[in-house]
Design a protein around this ligand. Structure first.
Ligand code: ADP
Ligand code: MG
Length: 303
């Protein structure tokens, strides 16, 4: 059996944002409520949910953009908030990288692709010939090693820019990549090839992937496991084939019936799709009281 010890674990992680508007009282947003997730080397976990469900907050907590309000994040079994050894700190920063929705956001328009990649290579792979390492890296992400290095970000397509972002994560020897809607700003025609790249990085290099998406259909292409989020809670989790193919939670079933076909019935009688959908959301927003097993490794929430 393959190594199944997790690289990263979230244990009942909650995140509450308190915002203070100029006028009026402070507002509290419970962005995450007791979220537990496990990421394995060589495996992808899809985190699926609509806008505002808390997906990016999970990603930002993992890359330590901010700290959990409650709960723990363990990296190879060690709590990343309380273990302040410099060695762990450095290993973590290197090992965990994020790729964002906007392929431009992390690239500097004034610098060539060579510049973007040589700097992390020099820092993290100092023993290698930099130009050789650069060529290998471009090959790894399926970019033309001849023409790409001297180009500027705006000279590349969105899909190529996203490949550069994955190359940067590889340059620092990342072992876990959090990809936050990495294809949603790309042309539909090239989305699949970027998903294919992620799948290859996972299978061939043993990377762990957290694939954040609002499109549950794409999870099947990439992710062994899928977790469905709504209003900051995981409502269903398990092998992707089961979660997508035989969803148990009413909210997952709602996500699956993405086209609001009035003929589709979610289970209720005499109600329109919109009425049923509103009821499902209302029910799914209540606190999760327990997770019930629906099959091997497949769980759904009771509220
Ligand atoms: N820095 C922040 N300050 C205040 N509220 C935030 C912040 N980040 C996210 N939120 C709120 O937390 C909730 C979840 O947001 P987010 O994680 O971005 O969801 P998603 O990525 O699924 O669209 C939303 O209600 C959002 O407005
Ligand atoms: Mg988001």
């Amino acid at each position: 059996m393959a190594d199944t010890s997790p690289i990263l674990t979230l244990e009942r992680v909650s995140k509450t944002f308190v915002t203070k508007p100029v006028f009026g009282p402070a507002r509290r947003v419970e962005a995450l409520r007791r979220v537990s997730l496990t990421l394995q080397p060589g495996k992808a976990l899809a985190l699926v949910g609509e806008s505002g469900s808390g997906k990016s907050t999970v990603g930002r907590l993992i890359v330590r953009h901010y700290a959990p309000t409650e709960g723990r994040i363990l990296f190879e079994g060690q709590d990343i908030e309380t273990n302040h050894s410099r060695a762990l700190e450095k290993a973590y920063q290197r090992s965990v990288q994020m790729v964002f929705q906007d392929p431009f956001s992390a690239l500097n328009p004034a610098h060539t692709i060579r510049h973007h990649l040589l700097r992390p290579l020099a820092l993290h792979q100092p023993d290698r010939d930099p130009e050789r390492a650069l060529l290998d890296l471009l090959g790894d992400v399926e970019l033309d090693p001849k023409s790409t290095p001297d180009k500027y970000p705006h000279e590349l397509s969105g899909g190529q820019r996203q490949r550069v972002n994955f190359a940067r994560a590889l340059a620092v020897n990342a072992r876990l990549i959090v990809a936050d809607e990495p294809t949603s700003m790309l042309d539909v025609s090239i989305r699949k090839s970027v998903l294919g790249l992620m799948r290859r990085l996972k299978d061939e290099r043993g990377l762990a992937l957290l694939y954040i998406t609002h499109d549950i259909a794409t999870a099947q292409y990439l992710a062994e496991e899928t977790a469905v989020m709504f209003r900051g809670q995981i409502v269903e989790q398990g092998p992707t084939a089961r979660v997508v193919g035989a969803p148990q939670h009413a909210y997952t079933q709602l996500l699956r019936s993405a086209v609001p076909d009035p003929a589709i019935r979610l289970g209720g009688d005499g109600q329109s799709f919109a009425e049923q959908a509103a009821q499902v959301r209302k029910d799914a927003a209540r606190d999760v009281t327990s997770m019930t097993m629906a099959g091997d490794g497949h769980f759904f929430a009771l509220h």
